[in-house]
Design a protein around this ligand. Structure first.
Ligand code: SF4
Ligand code: SF4
Length: 89
């Protein structure tokens, strides 16, 4: 499942640099999560890092993006492949 940030976010800036997938960014009023990049930290950590760190507990599962673990793994692998520069020669 991708996670989402609610409008209870206090813009404390803690979660954004800790996301291993660069899924978190500042939007108009508060931080948001790109569901195309959030793997719920599958592939990187046992627990979602943003949830662990958020001081106001405002990062629930996004009901619009329910995904099983296998789907999250595939997303992780896709993101990894896209971030690797093809070898030359
Ligand atoms: Fe990033 Fe992990 Fe939070 Fe998803 S759960 S936004 S991948 S830190
Ligand atoms: Fe907002 Fe929580 Fe992220 Fe802080 S850690 S910016 S309160 S979502």
């Amino acid at each position: 499942m991708a996670l989402m940030i609610t409008d209870e976010c206090i813009n404390c800036d803690v979660c954004e640099p800790e996301c291993p997938n660069q899924a978190i960014s500042m939007a108009h009023e508060h931080y948001v999560i790109d569901p195309a990049r959030c793997t719920e930290c599958v592939g990187h950590f046992e627990q979602p890092q943003c949830v662990q760190l958020c001081p106001v507990n405002c990062i629930p599962v996004d009901p619009a993006h329910i995904e099983d673990r296998e789907t999250l793994w595939r997303k992780y692998r896709r993101l990894q492949a896209a971030s690797v520069t093809p070898a030359r020669g």
